[in-house]
Design a protein around this ligand. Structure first.
Ligand code: ASP
Length: 411
């Protein structure tokens, strides 16, 4: 997998450079992407995504059906508590760095002009809707099949939670058969994921080649300070906050832990989607980290969509960076609201590529930051998405390890 990542990224960057220096025709690179990198990457990605809905559903229902309701309540509260705590710490780290290092302060006329240029003719990103109480109410799907069909992962999770609780409560012969069938679906999906992971190195190389060959290297250099702040904050959060939590709460060696979860982190990096990575995350939790199944199935399926520290951090840094660039002064209380929305945004953002952008667009509209600002970061978003998704997935596993520490062994 590592070979796939390094080879795909290096070849993609090399192709990017050759095209920029007119040593290679852009058409040649586009053909390589169209006929080799795209199919290899997308087949791998789509197989993982295809398995993610049945896997989320079956893992969560069977996980919950095995629990007694008190254990479920306790685990749910702990998961929510850790998720909120680590998300808040992530946002604070990001905001402290973006305020302290101020990558968007100074003479920004150039950047503002560039943003306008990049935004011209591009449809604006639709701001996220449904914040506040409506957002909470509409989390409950009216039709579970429609939720699955429309990639509403949160809806699937909520339905699975409710069905799992029902299965735990109803102890009849028929319900036992249903529980067995859903357990069987889970075993089959798990095995299929193992099979898909065999083509991971090729798929990952394809995904990375396509991303890096199209990376806006020129743009990257111009907003390098912002990219640097995002990456630095993500690194500090991962090797600072996560490492402390692992040591103090989960009582595990952080280095051993990161080494055990490297395949999940690499898959997240390559796919930019926590939902697509979930099958691998579950596999790694069980086989490499050796977390109890009833904990990992519950915490990780819920976490893939609800515990997104990297996303929360990224949203905060980006909104404040764009406010600096466009000279919009945010008061302390406005910055605190940004922080709160980012923590909630981390919970409400879907685990798919680019899902942060509508949340950022919504905050920009709230504070009068010109919408074209977002165009400035779109060219580097894929790279940052890879980085923040890696942190999201690592965060799910860290929270699972922390919750597992205080849970009795499997029942
Ligand atoms: N791509 C991220 C994830 O799947 C979500 C985002 O920040 O866009 O975790």
């Amino acid at each position: 997998m590592l070979v796939g990542i390094v080879a795909g990224a290096a070849l993609g960057l090399g192709a990017n450079e050759l095209v920029a220096n007119r040593l290679l025709a852009k058409d040649v690179v586009d053909s390589v992407i169209e006929w080799a990198a795209f199919p290899a990457g997308q087949i791998f990605l789509r197989l993982l995504i295809m398995l993610s809905v049945p896997l989320i559903f079956s893992a969560l229902v069977s996980g919950i059906a095995e629990l007694d309701p008190r254990a479920l309540g306790r685990m749910g509260l702990r998961t929510l508590g850790f998720t909120t705590l680590v998300s808040a710490l992530a946002v604070v780290t990001g905001l402290a760095l973006v305020i302290g290092l101020a990558p968007g302060e100074g003479d920004t006329t150039e950047l503002v002009r560039l943003a306008e240029e990049l935004a011209a003719g591009r449809p604006p990103i639709k701001p996220a809707e449904g914040a506040g109480i409506t957002g909470v109410v509409t989390m409950i799907p009216t039709n579970p099949i429609a939720a699955a069909a429309n990639d509403n992962t949160l809806g699937v999770i909520i339905f699975a939670l409710v069905l799992g609780v029902g299965l735990a409560a109803v102890r009849t012969d028929n319900s036992a058969r249903l529980r067995e069938a859903i357990g069987g679906l889970n075993e089959v999906c798990t095995r299929l994921v193992e099979a898909v992971m065999r083509i991971a190195p090729i798929g990952v190389a394809g995904l990375l080649f396509a991303s890096f060959a199209n990376l806006g290297v020129d743009l990257l250099a111009r907003i390098g300070a912002y990219v640097g702040v995002v990456v630095l904050a993500l690194v500090l959060h991962t090797f600072g906050t996560y490492a402390v939590l692992l040591k103090l709460v989960a009582r595990r060696s952080p280095w051993a832990f990161f080494s055990q979860i490297k395949v999940a982190m690499a898959t997240a990096f390559a796919t930019s989607s926590s939902a697509a990575t979930l099958p691998t995350t579950l596999h790694v939790a069980e086989h490499d980290v050796k977390l109890p199944r009833h904990v990992s199935r519950f915490v990780l399926t819920a976490g893939a969509s609800m515990n997104q520290n990297g996303t929360a951090l990224f949203e905060g840094v980006t909104v404040l960076f764009l406010a600096q660039v466009f000279d919009v002064d945010l008061t302390v209380s406005q910055s605190l609201v940004v922080m709160l929305i980012c923590v909630l945004g981390g919970i409400g953002t879907a685990g798919i590529p680019g899902a942060s952008l509508p949340v950022i667009a919504m905050m920009m509209a709230m504070y009068g930051i010109p919408a074209e600002g977002l165009a400035l970061i779109l060219g580097v978003d894929r790279l940052l998405d890879m980085c923040r998704t890696t942190v999201n997935v690592a965060g799910d596993l860290v929270v699972a390890a922390c919750v597992a520490r205080s849970e009795p062994a499997e029942t």
